[in-house]
Ligand binder design. Structure first.
Ligand SMILES: [Zn+2]
Ligand SMILES: [Zn+2]
Length: 186
């Protein structure tokens, strides 16, 4: 139940309907105001996630304010983010390594339990169901991701959340990985 503060400083519980009536009269009569707690509880804000382009659910104002201050380190060529120094470089190294493993990789047929035919990636040994396209998607992604990370990679220091859609609020960039020594071209 909402709590209101009356002129004589007493607090009293009222129904939602009564509260609405009181709010309509708030400027003109004896009501000083609805308690602060009640007001803040009602205020919500949704934030734009600049990295993946989505919107958050409605958040309490205090939470939203905290998230607006949040800073992440983002990979300059993909949506990878971390809050820890050195992780973007580590991520780049890993993407390049996985790409290297898959340069000549293909899908080979295997039998699981002697009945269900399956496919296995010759690059990393990961098995995939034969009737789905996941194996091919896996190979394509490993190669594409690697291609994208062959150039010099920067760490973008930026705010992850914003009140409106738009370009990210970038605080700075710093190089974390030089271009790969050997460019792997298909
Ligand atoms: Zn990346
Ligand atoms: Zn693989």
């Amino acid at each position: 139940m909402p709590v209101v503060v009356t002129e004589d400083r007493g607090e009293t519980e009222v129904s939602e309907a009564t509260l609405r009536d009181l709010l309509l009269r708030v400027a003109s009569d004896s009501l000083i105001g609805v308690t602060r707690q009640q007001n803040e509880g009602e205020q919500k804000q949704r934030l734009h996630d600049v990295v993946d382009g989505t919107w958050t659910k409605m958040l309490p104002i205090a939470t939203a304010a905290m998230m607006l201050r949040e800073v992440v380190l983002k990979c300059s060529v993909c949506a990878y983010t971390s809050v820890h120094e050195g992780q973007v470089a580590q991520h780049t190294k890993q993407v390049r390594e996985v790409g290297g493993q898959h340069v000549r990789a293909r899908l080979t047929q295997i039998l699981i339990g002697g009945r269900e035919p399956a496919l296995q990636c010759s690059g990393c040994g990961h098995p995939f169901a034969a009737r789905k396209n996941q194996g091919q998607v896996h190979l394509t992604r490993a190669k594409d991701d690697s291609q994208r990370h062959q150039g010099a990679i920067e760490e973008v220091v930026m705010h992850r959340y914003a009140l409106v859609e738009g370009p990210p609020r970038v605080l700075g960039t710093r190089p974390v990985m030089a271009a790969a020594a050997v460019r792997r071209v298909k």
